[in-house]
Write a protein that binds this ligand. Sequence first.
Ligand SMILES: [Zn+2]
Ligand SMILES: [Zn+2]
Length: 359
Amino acid sequence: MDNQYSIDNARLIEQLARFVSFVHHTDGKTGPISFRDRSGFLGSKEDYKSLAVENARKELQIDKWRESDIGTGEIGKYATKAINKARNLVNLYQQIEFKNRLNKNHPKFSISAEQALYNLYCKPGYEISSAFNDAVNAFGAKYDLISFLFFIKDDTNFLPVSPRHFDEGFASLNIDFKTSHRCSWDNYLAFIKIIKRIYSVMTNVLPMDGVLRLIDAHSFVWIIQQERFINWQPTNESILAIEESAENSLQNIISGHGGTGIHHSNYFIHSAEVNKATKKRAHGICQLCNSPAPFIDKNGNPFLEVHHVKWLSRGGSDSTDNTVALCPNCHRRVHILDLQEDIDKLKTAIEQSDNDNHI
Ligand SMILES: [Zn+2]
Ligand SMILES: [Zn+2]
């Protein structure tokens, strides 16, 4: 499963930069962003999920569950109260179906429903994948519901899923992964894995007030598929800031200044190779002003920065046919002036260097 879903790092980082800018715009302030400050956009719109899971867990009171209660409706009473705290994390129809199967007086009541919950929360050493399958068998392939039951179990490793929305969120990150109509343990594991990768990039690039939680990465994917995010038109100034912060994040991570060291993982190998090849073919000369790099870095390499001629935020690709190596001055220049003549010159420089280097 490791290489099954590739993540477009440049796209992810660009969307994160846009996300930060969007939050600043919505909150009316700049600086580190918080997912918990209830007076801000993220805290007020997203932090309810932590509260929902906490309240649901309290209602569940699993310390009171006995194996002999299975089939009596006792476990169902607790679970019903717990699901009432789920708010929009489980769609209403799925909540009702869940309660029916746990209600002793309802024709849909089933012993396997209480058994599945007992296995998930109380049975020592019970396989987690089996617990997932038990839940599917007992309640149906209801992804909102089952993922929420797992979220209650351990919110540092499991997350709620809202299939259609997450499919759209992943699509906007160029991640080709679907959860719709695919409620299964394998799909859920892959979903969690993707969110964890996004989370690890977020911990490296987001200017955060407070520690980032896994559920915050979930909130990020949720927000970027919303219309208000998609339709938001940044000002020219914001576009500059987004592009600059996206490129900086990418370069810092690749060069190992990204914080917690995800450059050791394989997520950034592609970007790192693009960076390396771009600098190599420039031979230490800025591709805009044609001056030598201003200094030699600690490793003995000419100091140049990699720039995306068609900006990442304008859909430019993170590949060598779109990158040039620039001195810091020229890099500032192209971001601040954004002149067509510079763009044309850089495109010619790429063609030229490709001919020279036979890439
Ligand atoms: Zn230059
Ligand atoms: Zn640049």
